[in-house]
Design a protein around this ligand. Structure first.
Ligand code: FAD
Length: 288
């Protein structure tokens, strides 16, 4: 079923984002985690795609297996940067034949090795161009990535909202946000989108903190995600990984409770191929 239709027909809902496992053990762990989370009747489970298609076969293989083995909607992510259109179309053909109905259409990051990578040379320079192609040639329902604090390459928040809005006017019928640790960024983003005339639903991306150092690194690199002083303070109290994970669950539970209070109905969890944190947050916050 198309995700936009599911969102329109649901009062509340959760979705989960996983990454393609590299080993058989990783595959078993992912399957166990998803079997646990299936009871929440996810709106969809999305599968990431390695930047530049580095893990193309594993990503496509994971999508096809999940589609075959589970009853939930599986949504592949797909990036277009630097990829020949023939290669992209072959993947889209495979997904179409497998009964996939939704794609998270992304530009992706320029390959790190190519410092002088010229984005304008791609067939689809931006996600909005890619979305138009997918809608026109394949008819999939498309999701778009959005950034409550602005994308790291955007010159300003105004510039960012213009390009976010363009993805929706190009045919994306829902958005999924980058993680954020201060809800005001998400509320402000929705306000800016609303002022730009876009009413399309945007699921907030919720990151359960498993390893705070990794989150800090990500935030300091290209992700443009603020770590609030309050979160630093809380995490500063702990060194044991279990304590950090528990504090991360508590933090995200409060974040989700506040989002619920402010009328948010749908939540997208970056599950990191594990079930426990996402499940605890859903229960603690009373999402469903
Ligand atoms: P775009 O929408 O093209 O935006 C990229 C930049 O270009 C922005 O700064 C934007 O403001 C600007 N821009 C857009 N249109 C125009 C225009 N017409 N003219 C000028 N500037 C413009 N990456 C992966 O590799 N694999 C994944 O599976 C993956 N999953 C993700 C899931 C989520 C929920 C999110 C939030 C991100 C994900 N990413 C993933 C990261 C994403 O690929 C990067 O953030 C990438 O740098 C931008 O992709 P985009 O689709 O947002 O690009």
């Amino acid at each position: 079923m198309r995700i936009a239709e599911k969102l329109a027909a649901s009062a509340r809902g959760v979705s989960f984002e996983c990454f393609p496992p590299k080993t058989e053990k990783g595959r078993k762990n992912l399957y166990c985690a998803l079997a646990e989370l299936e009871k929440y009747r996810p709106l969809f489970v999305s599968v990431t795609y390695g930047a530049g298609g580095g893990n193309k076969d594993t990503a496509v293989g994971t999508v096809l297996s999940l589609k075959k083995d589970f009853s939930f909607e599986v949504m592949p992510h797909l990036t277009c940067i630097g990829a020949p259109v023939g290669e992209i179309n072959r993947i889209l053909d495979t997904y179409k034949a497998a009964g996939i109905e939704n794609i998270l259409a992304l530009r992706g990051d320029p390959p790190a090795a190519l410092e002088s990578f010229d984005e304008s040379e791609g067939i689809f320079p931006h996600a909005s161009d890619f979305i138009k192609h997918i809608r026109k040639e394949y008819g999939f329902s498309c999701g778009a990535a959005v950034y409550p604090e602005g994308h790291f390459q955007s010159a300003s928040l105004e510039d960012d909202i213009l390009h976010s809005a363009e993805k929706f006017s190009s045919g994306a019928d829902f958005g999924v946000s980058q993680m954020f640790f201060d809800n005001s960024y998400y509320y402000d983003f929705l306000d800016r989108l609303d002022k730009a005339g876009i009413k399309t639903p945007v699921l907030p991306g919720i990151m359960p903190i498993l390893n705070f150092e990794k989150i800090r690194e990500l935030a300091a690199s290209s992700a443009k995600v603020t770590i609030p002083a309050k979160l630093e303070q809380i995490m500063g109290r702990y060194s044991d990984p279990d304590d950090i994970r528990k504090a991360g669950i508590d933090y995200a539970s409060l974040q989700c409770a506040d989002l619920l209070k402010n009328g948010v109905k749908f939540f997208h969890f970056f599950m990191m191929n594990r079930s426990e944190s996402a499940a605890r947050i859903i229960e603690n916050a009373g999402i469903l």
